[in-house]
Design a protein around this ligand. Structure first.
Ligand code: ADP
Ligand code: MG
Length: 338
C-alpha cells in the first residue's frame, strides 16, 4: 500500500475549485457576492472572452485592510462567521471563506483594495495560488478583483469550458440573478469592451422591468403574502405570458438565488389551472424566512438549499401564489364581462 500523505494547500484549493469554480460564471458569482456583502452601492463588471480571459469586478464597498489582504486569498479565512452558532444565522451571501482561494488557485488573480480610512490602496497578486507580497496601488475606494485566464494551467478543466458565447450567457444570467436581488445596487456590465447593461438603482419593479422586460412587470401579479418570519414577495408573471423556456424564473430565499424542486413543484401546481401545460411561468419571487428554517450549507455554490419544514412551506407557497393568481382570474373574468 502507498503511504498516506496530507495534500498540499494548493492541491486542496484546486480540488475545491472544481466545485466552487465550475466555470467563469461561478467565479463571477463569488466576486459579486463578495461585493454585495461589502455593502457596495455600485458594481462594475468587465468580461473578456466570456470571462475565460478576464473577469474584473470593481466595487465601492468597505474594502479590505492591508493586513487582511493575503488572508482574503487563504482558504477557510472569512470575516463573515466566527463560530458554529453563526452558521445558523448567516446574513451574508458568503461565509465559507473559500471563494477567493479557490479562484486564485486556478487563475492569475489580482486583488486591489482600499479600506475605509486607509491612506492608499494595496494590491496583491496571485499566480495559480502562489502569493506575492502586497504593493501600494492607486484606487479611490472599494475593491477591484481581476481574474485572468481561468484554468490556464489546468487544461483538463479548461477543456470543459464551452464556447465564449455560452460562457458569456452564463455570466450574464449570474449578473441578472444578483442584480434582481439587489435593486439598491447599481450594476454595469461590459463584454469585450462593449457596454451591455447599465442597471440604475431603484425599486424591484424598476429592476425587474430592466431585466425581465417592462411587459413582464406591466402584466405581472404583485405578491405579498405572509408575515415577518415567512413572507413571499415579488412578481408572479401573468398566466397570459407563459414562456417556452424556464429562463425567466427567479426565486430567492433570504436574498440567495436558489433552484429547488419543492419550490418549482409548488409554483407549477399554482399555475396549473391557469397556464397551458406546455408553457412556463416567468417569475421573480423572494422568500424571506427565519435563517434557522433553511440550511444553505448543502453545497459550496449554495444554489441548493434544504428546508426544515418542507411540507408546511410547500402549502404556504401554493396558497400564497394561488391567491395572487386568483387576482388574475378575477381580472380576466371582469375583462371578459363574466
Ligand atoms: P467568504 O466570502 O466566504 O468570506 P471569500 O474567499 O469569498 O470568502 O472572501 C474572503 C474574505 O475576503 C471575505 O470574508 C471578506 O472579508 C474579504 N473580501 C472578499 N472580497 C471582498 C470585497 N469585494 N470587498 C471587501 N471585502 C472582501
Ligand atoms: Mg465570498
Amino acid at each position: 500500500m502507498p503511504r498516506i500523505k496530507i495534500l498540499s494547500d494548493h492541491l486542496v484549493n484546486q480540488i475545491a475549485a472544481g466545485e466552487v469554480v465550475e466555470r467563469p460564471a461561478s467565479a463571477l458569482k463569488e466576486l459579486l457576492e463578495n461585493s454585495v456583502d461589502a455593502g457596495s452601492r455600485t458594481i462594475q463588471i468587465e468580461l473578456q472572452a466570456g470571462g475565460t480571459k478576464l473577469i474584473k469586478v470593481i466595487d465601492d464597498g468597505c474594502g479590505i485592510e492591508h493586513d487582511d489582504l493575503s488572508l482574503a486569498l487563504h482558504r477557510h479565512a472569512t470575516s463573515k462567521i466566527r463560530d458554529f452558532d453563526d452558521l445558523g444565522r448567516v446574513a451574508t451571501l458568503g461565509f465559507r471563506g473559500e471563494g477567493l482561494a479557490s479562484i486564485a488557485s486556478v487563475s492569475r488573480l489580482a486583488l486591489t483594495s482600499r479600506a475605509e480610512g486607509a491612506a492608499h490602496a494595496w494590491r496583491i497578486e496571485s499566480d495559480n495560488g502562489r502569493l506575492h507580497d502586497p504593493v501600494p496601488a492607486a484606487l479611490a475606494a472599494g475593491t477591484t478583483v481581476e481574474v485572468h485566464d481561468l484554468y490556464y494551467q489546468t487544461p483538463a478543466r479548461r477543456k470543459f469550458l464551452k464556447s465564449e458565447s455560452t460562457e458569456f450567457a452564463h455570466c450574464d444570467d449570474m449578473v441578472k440573478r444578483i442584480a434582481l436581488a439587489h435593486p439598491e445596487v447599481q450594476f454595469a456590465l461590459t463584454h469585450n469592451g462593449r457596454a451591455l447593461a447599465r442597471l440604475l438603482r431603484g425599486d424591484l419593479a424598476r429592476r425587474a422591468g430592466a431585466i425581465l422586460g417592462e411587459d413582464f412587470v406591466a402584466h405581472a401579479l404583485p405578491v405579498d403574502e405572509g408575515f415577518e418570519r415567512l413572507r413571499l414577495t415579488g412578481f408572479a408573471g401573468s398566466p397570459t405570458q407563459g414562456k417556452s423556456s424556464r429562463d425567466a424564473q427567479y426565486f430567492f430565499v433570504n436574498g440567495r438565488f436558489v433552484r429547488d424542486k419543492l419550490v418549482q413543484h409548488a409554483l407549477r401546481e399554482a399555475y396549473r389551472d391557469v397556464l397551458h401545460h406546455e408553457r412556463h411561468p416567468a417569475y421573480c419571487l423572494f422568500l424571506e424566512m427565519a435563517p434557522e428554517g433553511v440550511d444553505v450549507n448543502v453545497h459550496p455554490t449554495k444554489i441548493e438549499v434544504r428546508f426544515r419544514e418542507s411540507q408546511a412551506l410547500y402549502r404556504f407557497l401554493l396558497t400564497a401564489l394561488k391567491k395572487a393568481l386568483s387576482g388574475a382570474k378575477a381580472g380576466a373574468a371582469a375583462e371578459a364581462g363574466i
